[in-house]
Every structure is written in C-alpha cells, then in structure tokens.
Write a protein that binds this ligand. Sequence first.
Ligand code: FPP
Ligand code: MG
Length: 341
Amino acid sequence: MMSSMQTQLPGSLHDYQIDPYRLLDDDLKDVYEDIREVLVRNTTQKELQTIATYYFDGKGKALRPMVAILMARAINYHKERNGLLASQRQVAMISEMIHNASLIHDDVIDQPDFRRGKPSINVVWSQKKVTMAGDYILAVASIMIAQLRNDNVTLTLSQVVTDLVQGEFMQLGSKETENERFAHYLTKTYRKTASLVANSLKAVTMLADADEQLAELAFQYGRNIGLAFQLVDDLLDFVSTLSTMGKPTAADLKLGLATAPVLFACERYPELNAMIMRRFQEPGDVEKAFELVHKSQGLDQTKFLARKHCIEAMKLAQSLAESPYQKGLQVVCDLVLNRMK
Ligand code: FPP
Ligand code: MG
C-alpha cells in the first residue's frame, strides 16, 4: 500500500544524496545520553530516575533534535557563522524532553500496551508514578530553558507546553458540527504536534541572533514539517502493522479518534458521521470505518495534504544560503513524507 503511495517532491532527495542523520552524527550521538545524564543528576530518587529515562533508550527517531540542529546549523551558515552553539544543542535536548514528557502523559491517557516495540511505560509502572515522571522531565526541561537566559526563547518554548495541553484537550472532545470538524482537527494537529517543532526551530534561530524574518521562516518550516509528520502518522495508522509501527493498526479509531483519512472519507460516505459522533463505540464501528476509509480516497487525500505541507517547507528551506544543512532540511521533507514508520 505505502510503496504505491511513495511520492517524490520536486527537485528532491535523489539529487542530494544527503543523509541528515549521518550529517549530524557527531551532534546527535550523545543527545540521549546527555538527556539521561541531566535527568539522573537532578534527583536522588532511584526509581524516578529509572522511570524518567525509560523512553530515552536511544531507539527513538530523534526527529525533533535532528531537525532543530539541522535548522540551527543552516541558519548559522546563512549568517556566515560556523558551528553549533551550546545553547542551540540544549534546545534540541529540551524539545525531545518536552516531547517525551507529553508521550508519557499521553500513555497515561491512552493506556497502550506498547510504544516503539516495547511495553509502554504505563504497563511497567503505576499511573501515579508515571504521571510524576512526566512532570519531572518537564520540570528539568524548564530548568534548562531558564538556564538559557533568553526571555524570547523562554516565551517561545513555554508556548509549546500550553499548545500541547490544549491540543490533547481538544482531542478529548469531538462534538463539533461536520463543517467545523476539519478546522478543529488541523488546529488540534498544530497544537499537538507542529507547535513543538515550529517553536523549537524558532528558538534555535533566535539564539543565532537572527532577525524576525528568519525566525518566522524557521517557525513556518517547522510548522509545515510538523503538520505533514502528523498527517502521515494518521495515514500510517490505517496501513501499517504492529511489527512496523510498534503499535496495532487502526489504533486511532479504537481510541475513538477521527483523523484526516476518516474526515476525508466522510465526504464520500456520509454514514461515517454518526460513527464519528459516537466515537466508533458501537460494535462493528471500527471495522466498518476502517473499510470505508480504504474504499474512499481518504488515504490519497491525506497524503496529498501532507505533500502540500512538505512542498511549502521545501520552498522555505530553499530560500536559505546553500549548505549541506540547508540541503538536509530539504531531504527531511522527503523523509517525513515517505516514512514507513
Ligand atoms: C501523542 O499522541 C501525544 C502527543 C503528541 C501530545 C500529548 C500531550 C499531552 C498529554 C499534554 C501534556 C503535555 C506535557 C508536555 C506534559 P498519539 O496518541 O496520537 O500518539 P501515539 O500513538 O504515539 O501515542
Ligand atoms: Mg497515544
């Protein structure tokens, strides 16, 4: 299914042969270790250390730190400066920590069995301890933000946390009318996923003493990549299996969530509306909705929208000075669009 949906962006990947992860190997190799170290250093509670570091096992994609460092280096180069500032690398760590804290709280809410192919944190420890471990990671990230001593960066990264909470809150309710639904989904998606990427990239740009225009460019690049990433995630929920994604297929429907593929499918099969309203709770709803999504153009339409956001991000990256990092930002557009897990 996915292989037939592989699409190439105009003038992309194959021209460049750049692997952003290899390009940033030195910058990224210790990110997880450094995060583990700071989480261990800030408490003497052994069990809290263990729970808080559980997901920092180095097996994640580290997409957020990777993109943050890529943008930092691309902007530095654009401003005719070399290297990566220590503060920019801190932002890369902070963004992964905020992400992780939100995943931990999300696991308390969603109660999954697995994440990234291992027992999810909520299965291993009690709800109370897991919730506090999420709070703890966020608290340590807040200390790190304060240590940057840059008010605009503090404001920018604090905004992310309010967005995450609001995004998750929006997802709890879906009683909106049919025509409000897509706008609600997009706002929720921005807050839940794109804001973290957008604002982290804005923060690394501000740390380079860049002007507002560049900060806005970095923000918009991150917003577009973040939206595309979540759209592809929502698409993969319909086409992948437990073994590739580390979580079961149609997990969103089972959680009662109507994501882009279902919302698009609704145009062709209005009977989905009632199922959306009751959050796929009646027997057979999940199976029926899954079937209708596959029969509709919903998956192609979702991919098309993701592609639109990737093209937008690609254009923004192209306006930066040419460098391996600037090319890496373009390759990321391809990686996000064509990822399989
Ligand atoms: C994953 O959702 C969840 C998020 C991206 C954000 C969750 C945000 C909160 C729980 C608010 C609290 C925030 C902080 C910073 C403590 P998903 O269920 O769609 O993805 P999954 O399949 O990976 O679980
Ligand atoms: Mg979840």
